[in-house]
Design a protein. Sequence first.
Length: 499
Amino acid sequence: MARYDSILDTIGRTPLVRLDTFAPPGVNLYAKVEAFNPMGSVKDRMALAIIEQAERSGELRPGQTVIEATSGNTGIGLAMVCARKGYPLVVTMAESFSVERRKLLRYLGARVVLTPASEKGTGMLAKAIELAETHGYFLCRQFENEANAEVHSRTTAREILADFRGEVLDCWVSGFGTGGTLKGVARALKQANPATRVVVAEPDNARLLGSGLAQPRQAGGVPASHPSFRPHLMQGWSPDFISRLTEEALAAGLVDELVPVAGSEALRLARELARREGIFVGTSSGATLAAALDVARRSPPGSNIVCMLPDTGERYLSTPLFDGIGEQMNDEELALSRSTPGYRFDAVPGGGGVRRPAPEREKAPLDAEAVGFVDETVAAEPVVLFALEWCEFCWSVRKLFARLGIDYRSVDLDSVAYQADDLGGRIRAVLAERTGARTIPQVFIGGEHVGGCSELFDAWRDGSLRGRLEDRGIAYDRDVEVDPDDLLPGWLHPRASIV
């Protein structure tokens, strides 16, 4: 272990892992696991290299906004670098890329401008150029920036060569997106040993390189959508154009073979990597492994093959990669739960048997201080939310109020302010007696009890909440359209995603 001055110093030096359960007998198949980079992808290397090159050249001024078009991983890497170095970041991204990527970018402080999926990669690139020219932003130009390729010659390739010191590397397998990894690594490997084969994988239904058709370009060299492009599953792979860096790699004779990969095979192998090797990666990694296995099956015993695994599987939770991965217990898991008597949803807590109604308890007298607090607060405040600080349903109510622009008071019963002498618990007992509901949150509007999260959302749907707000003169944004289901916790409602 080591100590570092900055998170940026931890980029690179990722492990090369042997895939014993996949390799044919006698063939040595290794994976370069780029998820070990701090932001979980190979793009961390390029993000730092582009920013530092622009700083050295003076293209990027202190405090200037950085902008780039990205499917997500480059943007996430840039967000980390810009956060550490103090640059604002804007990312343009087609709306078809996974929701997790948008959230990660915004979490890291970036602004995300979505472009229509129908405009594909060329659309998000054109939007980035347009915004950069209009606002004076620094455009990274990852698809043509030589710093993108240079960092892979200087780091990624050298790491691989160091791991094979004294041995022969027979083949290196990669996909392509910006072309930076392809050009940079292939160049350095070929310089070290011209016999090392470079194999490039691409989607079988979108064979831009395999088509043999030249990349069309508009005025100024801006790429147009390639005629062979079709939508495919491998996010980050093969945009709808061939980048300059990829064209340069091809023109330099760095690519020995193209292997088409089916999306279904990419999904299968990404899942198999997790279950057989314990390596958690995304769809594009599964696709690269598919191409590497194709090569391995045709290679003689003793061959050394390395394939790139570009990112982590956490970027794909909302994509087809996780189809069929349930949130609730399946039949097998339910049966396992029921095989012992305790800690079951259908059993009495702490013991066996099926749940039975709790026996009636003698009601304790309500606390006078808590009664006074509830009465005074409900009377004084137009909108009151009795909540728990980190309850997801309480946050769902807060999101609705925020969307509608409603001012409210939140009484967080479990917060430090209400822990002294269990004031929060005493207030909760008063609420349970007054409302007949033992759950939190509970909402009051104009002194009247509305209910919990479900009742509030139902009142918004049927229009009665609007009427209640207007009757009591409580301001809210009448033009907002919101589906409350979208505000519910993701584990409860499949559509819940705030992007």
